[in-house]
Design a protein around this ligand. Structure first.
Ligand code: ADP
Ligand code: MG
Length: 276
């Protein structure tokens, strides 16, 4: 289960939001995507989940083209996502939010549920207990019967991730899961997400919170103005002058950033040599 971007491109009218991005997301690892606002992070998630079409290039899941498939076909391939802005079913309870999205890990027969009530009842009970288990994992069990819209903001964020998980996704895409969370909640979220790392699952997390990204991610892709600026381990990203400059926002163009980074490295080198 590997997600591959091949020369991926997205254009909104004349605006090139994603420009020739090629990279690979291996299973068993948590991949971070970082970059300033407007870098194209959400666009990558939206194209992978099938919310947006692709303007060029390809998205592959284990060698199979995902782009071009319908959104529900992509979901059926095992891709689940959360949104930068929470999109729960506000009027349903927390438990119902999970139950309506629940997808058993093994195939079951919907027709049997209708024709054979005991089978149906067993399935309903099974679904309920599986969803309760996921609520408990996120410490949301006390909110099971509360309307999702009435939950505190931080709990809603957790519930959205819980809802993505009830589909047993092989690819989990999280768009800014820590947005709006306080420090305590972010620490809690980081620990929960770390537990979701699994050899069969590709996890991709778009995030601004650098503490979360550095603590959680095994690999990081840095986006800047629609281009892939850098990729590497958290330590490599932290050490990269290119990345630091991109975040300082002094340059608009990747070549400019690279040139500036080169110049700064040279400058630092000279200073170091000049020191007695
Ligand atoms: N639905 C859309 N229609 C038009 N332009 C969009 C749309 N979504 C994103 N964009 C543009 O694409 C670029 C990348 O946006 P986005 O992927 O949301 O960035 P990020 O998530 O990194 O902040 C921005 O210039 C943004 O204005
Ligand atoms: Mg975004």
């Amino acid at each position: 289960m590997t997600v591959v971007f091949q020369n991926l491109r997205k254009q909104y009218g004349a605006n090139v939001a994603i420009d020739d991005v090629s990279t690979e997301f291996a299973p068993g690892l948590i991949h971070g995507i970082i970059g300033p606002n407007g870098a194209g992070k959400s666009t990558l998630i939206n194209m992978t989940a099938g919310s947006y079409t692709v303007s060029g290039g390809a998205i592959l899941l284990d060698g199979r083209r995902l782009d071009g498939l319908k959104k529900h076909e992509i979901a059926n391939s095992g891709v689940a996502r959360t949104y930068q802005n929470i999109r729960l079913f506000d009027q349903m309870t927390a438990l119902e939010n999970l139950e309506v999205c629940y997808y058993p890990s093994e195939a079951h027969h919907a027709w049997k549920e209708v024709l054979w009530p005991p089978y149906g009842r067993a399935r309903v009970a099974e679904r309920r207990s599986a969803c309760m288990e996921i609520l408990r994992f996120f410490n949301l069990q006390t909110y099971a019967d509360a309307e999702a819209g009435s939950l505190p903001y931080g709990r809603q964020r957790m519930l959205e991730i819980a809802r993505a998980l009830v589909t047993h996704p092989r690819v989990l895409l999280l768009d800014e899961p820590a947005a709006g969370l306080n420090h305590h909640e972010t620490v809690e979220l980081t620990a929960k997400l770390a537990e979701l790392r699994s050899p069969e699952r590709v996890m991709i997390v778009v995030e601004h919170d650098m503490d979360l990204v550095m603590a959680l991610c095994d690999r990081i892709v840095v986006m800047h103005h629609g281009k892939l600026l850098f990729q590497g381990t958290p330590a490599e990203v932290q050490a990269s002058a290119d990345v630091q400059l991109a975040y300082l926002g002094t340059a608009n163009d990747i070549d400019e950033i690279r040139a500036a980074a080169e110049a700064r490295r040279a400058q630092l080198g000279i200073r170091a040599r000049q020191r007695p």
